[in-house]
Design a protein around this ligand. Sequence first.
Ligand SMILES: Cc1ncc(COP(=O)(O)O)c(C=O)c1O
Length: 406
Amino acid sequence: MSDTATLAAVSPLSDRLLAMNESATIAMAKKGRELAAKGFDVINLSFGEPDFQTPQYIKDAAKQALDDGYTFYTPVPGIPELRQAICVKFKRDNNLDFLPNQIVVSTGAKQALANAVLSLVNPGEEVIVFSPYWVSYEEMVKLAEGVPVPLVGTLENNYKATASQLEAAITPRTKLIMYSSPCNPTGAVFSREELGAIAEVLARHPQVYALADEIYEYINFVGEHASLANFDEIKDRVITVNGFSKGYAMTGWRLGYLAARADIAAACEKMQGQVTSGTCSIAQRAGVAALAGGRASSDAMAAAYRRRRDLVLEAVKDIPGLNTPTPSGAFYIFPVVSAFFGRTAPDGSTIRDSSDLALFLLNDAYVSSVSGEAFGAPECLRFSTAAADEKLVEAFRRIKVSLAKL
Ligand SMILES: Cc1ncc(COP(=O)(O)O)c(C=O)c1O
């Protein structure tokens, strides 16, 4: 047998797949579900999922689409009404001018991000990923055979990378920067001034593109949402990603989009055309209705997330050893938990890192969280605050009791 044949017998899976990490959020949610199936009362704070129902008017539009027999393949980049509605949204909310041929609708913002990374990044090119980052960014870059370069913000600056840090990180091999604002996992929000300074750096490096993930736009507790694409000198090199999952509580519908220069949008359409084609026809009709309905339902949900953030911040104040910055948006808290590293659990095991701590909290407090490691911040733990108030209160009561055992 040849060497390749022997290897194939050991694992038929590709090197690409074997090099990829499983999504840590999905893995923790799976562990939590396993415990729950054994009858334990697990509070799941690992998933980034709104606990609200999709607003009724959006569901009604989907029912209507079904009744209209709207069940056929759609154009790969999305139905014309939705692409047009997204242009209107960009003008209304972000003062951005796009034409429908610059919009690509995808199966979630996740696919929009993957389309952009796979369409832009060549093997060996560097992608500067503002860190802490959303778990999938690094893996998408690796899938494109690019080199992820984490750019770590400081705790003092709410983990936001600065323009001077960015300038220092850019090399002749840099192709792309990627970030989310509001940020998952930190909840940090870039101001217009901060993005302006970043735009000035990018203006000096014409080979560098930017992937701005604005999926949490509507969950912003500080007011203004700023877009990198607002800066004229670089707007042609910015790909703006957004979607319906978080702002409209539509995670299961799988509907997201990007806006970019027409040739980049066409590239993403080509990529998507070979992988999934146009996303669900019914979901797209629901998306048109969602946007036409404006922001009222999203704003009501954001008010609830803000109340829950405050409730959780109040609860963690009482827990020694957790250092929790105040999130300005999204629905997570991301405390520094390194004070617990090296401590001994009641079963005699040592808490070596945040993965051990997340497992300890799952098994002792029946609360699932996610280790900061997968987000590029191994000293942190991420808790979702998108749960009912009473669940949050109970979860942090249990966490306090469990942490006191260490
Ligand atoms: C920062 C960020 N971007 C993108 C996504 C993916 O969104 P969607 O569910 O629309 O694919 C998520 C979901 O958790 C996210 O947190």
